[in-house]
Design a protein around this ligand. Structure first.
Ligand code: PLP
Length: 379
């Protein structure tokens, strides 16, 4: 057991996800791996035309079209549209690196939601920021003034959060924005999972603009569509942001592939026309199956009953889930232990596993049945 715990504890989440890549039942990473919908199949069948079109179309027009299509499909009508306000990046992690680079001279402490996906604190720590954990409960229902360190130059929130799926309401976003505006701190949001939850489709940019705070938002397509990592991250900033984001962006990249932007635009226009229901139903069916199968054992409960995003956290009693993770791997089932999400206090993640839901139904059911069988066997 000691060895399993050590093995799971000494890797970051992405390293654990990499170990899972070739597993029979890979329910580990939060990237989309389910089969294509009919509309997506049609878009893929048209890739040669999309490629030719992206060679012909002026880049600026194509980039603005992709950004607009995605942000409008997500209800974000008030995003700032002046040149330079939306920077296209290869992935949301790259947007995060650019943000960290741009903040380095003016921010020392970042108040960061706890728990959250570990590559966010990892990137911030690499840039030598002091990190102050802000518990989800504080962000969603607590007193920000009493609980967020006043010296923080940036308040960073993942909404919906990974792995809990918690979504910041418009009222709480307004409070966080007010906290930042009053201190001239930067409000940073990672909204990579917002496509999964209509509660995150209210117009965040209208709320942010109303507050007058300095903000950045990392928007992402990487979790939404099963496109084999053809994806984009968009780093959106307020006109008053006062950070050298464009400089940091050009220090890292010239621009992202026009072909990928074309693909993003097509996918976003398709979802805008047809709605999010098909994706939401797919995830909801998998979540229901996970909960039903695991209800057959006394050991499992659902700590996030309202979660709608494409990952499901479960609490398992009687196990250190790092050991459970290791035992499941031997049977070809890959999930994630949760200690690393609790980047300030890893032991708090020990009761939890995270199961990816953006997979085909059979793969989720069979993988979770194996988990159930193991728990029943060892009960
Ligand atoms: C909330 C959040 N932001 C950013 C990322 C990084 O995404 P990518 O690997 O596509 O850059 C992840 C990865 O799962 C994530 O969960």
């Amino acid at each position: 057991m000691e060895r399993c715990i050590e093995k799971a504890s000494h890797k970051n989440l992405t390293q654990l996800e990499l170990l899972a890549m070739s597993a029979s039942y890979n329910l580990s990473d939060g990237h989309a791996r389910q089969s294509l919908t009919i509309s997506q199949q049609k878009i893929i069948a048209g890739l040669p035309d999309l490629f030719a079109q992206s060679m012909r179309e002026p880049f600026e027009e194509l980039e603005r079209g992709a950004q607009r299509a995605l942000l409008h499909a997500l209800g974000q009508y008030s995003y700032p549209q002046e040149p330079g306000r939306v920077l296209s990046c290869y992935a949301s992690s790259v947007a995060m690196v650019i943000l960290a680079r741009a903040m380095v001279d003016t921010v020392s402490t970042v108040a960061l939601v706890h728990p959250t996906f570990d590559n966010i604190p990892d990137i911030l720590r690499t840039s030598k920021f002091d990190l102050a954990p802000v518990e989800e409960e504080v962000l969603h229902e607590g007193d920000l003034v009493a609980n967020v360190p006043p010296e923080a130059g940036c308040l960073f929130i993942t909404t919906p959060n990974n792995p809990t799926g918690r979504v910041l309401t418009a009222d709480r976003l307004a409070l966080a924005a007010q906290w930042c505006a009053e201190r001239d701190a930067l409000l940073a949001l990672d909204t990579s999972f917002r496509g999964f939850d209509v509660r995150a489709h209210y117009d965040h940019y209208a709320v942010l603009a109303e507050s007058g705070c300095r903000y950045v938002v990392i928007e992402d397509t990487g979790k939404l569509w099963p496109m084999q990592e053809l994806k984009a991250g968009f780093l959106v900033s307020s006109p008053n942001v006062r950070l050298p984001l464009q400089l940091a962006h050009t220090e890292i990249l010239l621009g992202i592939s026009p072909f990928i932007l074309s693909l993003v635009r097509s996918l976003a226009l398709s979802v805008a026309a047809e709605g999010w229901t098909e994706l939401h139903q797919h995830i909801a069916m998998n979540r229901t199956a996970v909960r039903k199968i695991l209800s057959e054992t006394q050991a499992v409960s659902s700590p996030d009953p309202d979660n709608q995003v494409s990952v499901e956290r479960i609490a398992v009693t009687g196990w250190d889930t790092r050991e459970l993770w290791s035992t499941l791997r031997e049977g070809g089932v890959e999930v994630l232990p949760c200690c690393q999400f609790y980047w300030a206090e890893p032991e708090r993640g020990a009761p939890y596993l995270r199961i990816a839901l953006a997979r085909d139904h059979d793969s989720v059911s069979v993988g979770v049945e194996r988990l159930r069988d193991l728990l029943l066997e060892r009960a």
